[in-house]
Design a protein around this ligand. Sequence first.
Ligand code: CO8
Length: 259
Amino acid sequence: EHQYNTILVERVGRVGIITLNRPKALNALCGELTTEMLDQLVKFDADINIGAVIITGGSKVFAAGADIKEFEGKGMVDLMNKDSLNWTLGFKNIRKPIIAVVNGYALGGGCELAMMCDMIYAGESAVFGQPEIKLGIIPGAGGTQRLVKAVGKSKAMEICLTGTVNMKAQEALQFGLVSSVHPVEKVMQAALKTATIIASQSQPVISLIKASINNSFEVPLQAGLDYERKAIQMAFGTKDKIEGVKAFIEKRKPLFSHL
Ligand code: CO8
């Protein structure tokens, strides 16, 4: 694997794992980290031996947000000229499913990064919050948009406007922000199990499902249904559809070729 300064990279079967690795700064998302993370995501996305990705911060903390030290001395025009959030556009283009495994703080940009992923598995220690308001800024990487869609308006307002109301794992589960909650020492294993199941399915079909679900956030229902209809027509064009249906009829497990 490529050696990075701020992330660790490993593979378990067809699952690629990216671990944010700036423990002294609680995995604050500095420019180098977001660049390295996106670089590796693009590599996994292009790798035919990878079918799903996990992003985690390890067992202590997910990420305490953007690197606040990089904000010092920066003004509006600096942000306009060199947009430090451009990596989020690249993130959006990843076709393979990404699971966030969150233990401890997922604050500010950390919460936003988790929400950019396709699903979130939480350890019991997970804490989600948007404390940007306390710095005199706003959640700028999706916090005012994705959080509303995940937990509803009233909670999202409360979290973003106070900066101090956080969501712990169980509450995040209750509100639908995360898929499931596990003991800290078991959450990675649980996410890996799910990622392995996903990665064993047909890769092109997985991409169609991810794109179709994400499209539902962008368009009115009928446009989403039209998109989905085209997507199932495309799925019928894959070799994996032929194999999947044949395997069912022959009462055996399908062997997908990802074609
Ligand atoms: N950035 C940089 N360094 C950080 C950050 C951060 N976000 N969070 C923690 N650190 C550092 C601390 O400075 C400290 O370093 P040092 O030991 O050198 O002083 C080390 O990590 C440990 O932190 P603490 O001692 O504070 O640990 P505690 O356990 O006492 O507290 C907290 C943990 C509550 C998480 C606390 O660290 C905290 O409040 N952190 C900041 C959280 C925050 O405000 N996050 C939002 C940041 S803004 C943002 O994410 C905007 C997203 C949109 C991006 C727009 C880009 C242009």
